[in-house]
Design a protein around this ligand. Sequence first.
Ligand code: ADP
Length: 396
Amino acid sequence: MNVLVINCGSSSLKYQLINSESEQVLAKGLCERIGIDGRLVYQLAGNDKEITETPMPTHKEAIQLVLDALVNEKTGAVKDLKEIDAVGHRVVHGGEKFASSVVLTEDVLAQIEECNDLAPLHNPANLIGIRACKELMPNVPMVGVFDTAFHQTMPSTAYLYGLPYEYYEKYKVRRYGFHGTSHSFVSKRAAEYLNLDLNNSKIIVAHLGNGASISAVKDGKCVDTSMGLTPLEGLVMGTRCGDIDPAIMEFIAKKENLDIEGVMNVLNKKSGVEGMSGVSSDFRDLQAAYEEGNERAIAAVEVFAYRVAKYIGSYVAAMNGVDAIAFTAGIGENVYFVRRIIMKYLGYLGIEVDDEANVATRGIEGIISTADSKVPVAVIPTNEELAICRETVALI
Ligand code: ADP
């Protein structure tokens, strides 16, 4: 079965066509600057990227261009659109309505729309992509896979805020968590890779990318995660501040003469390791600055790693133990010096870094703790598109 996986943002759209039996990517790419001018990137497996500047006034034209590219006589991945058997859509926020993936009926779309307030930047864009696909491929089954669904197993002790309870009742203000598709995929794969019984295991997954979150997965179910109502909570990220004293917002608003949007913009886009270091949000640049002795870059990296280590400690407490720790996403998979700083805090768990393995493990699966480390630490590359493909096949 061939599954088209779509991740639709407000002005961009990423896609992959995956064969579900071989789990091979047949073609992939993205549409950028939708509604502005338009740029299609298309790459047939084993070939170079093709880039075409072409108008895309709306998501519908963008998806039509993707479909045209996929069936193109010379460089298409399939001969006919009939060879696309299903579409799997990433949907950011499923609120409390969706604890698992779901076939996208009109009724379901209406329920997703009801979650728009919780993710005003993402959900409307996801819905536009879904509706455009439905128009262009009316007979192809479509599935929605939610970033929040995996975390719906969290107990209320983990998801309630210390706020007036009526805000939860009236507005569903609570912790939801994100990157759920990745936390689910990586925890399952970590159990497999480390020969653990997923249904009788305690795994901590550190998804460290530009957006970063960490989760505690007990017996295959999420019991806590670091992101909250929005992705701003938790770890220090590329440009997001993560946990701060909320009173800082009022303080900064007064000092810098900012309104609430202005403050939120600072917390989401101007903070994190970029705001701290003044260098970059990218750990390649940060590593160079760190090694040159740039004090702010050193502080940013150290704070980033310390926060991860503190969360790991709190999740060991939440699960009353831990059987394995898995690093994933851009930084977790590639940046050995940050993994080493984090792991140095974990000696009390009997964890020891295998320095050679840690340095050698980049973007591949591998164990980076020593053989006699009490808790194994592994790098497990995430693959959200493949996870969406598998969920889609399972549902249709
Ligand atoms: P997101 O999906 O949240 O945009 P990613 O998981 O792609 O993030 O991670 C992006 C970050 O990972 C980059 O900002 C960079 O800091 C880091 N990163 C990715 N690849 C590498 C690499 N090969 N070496 C060092 N850092 C990397």
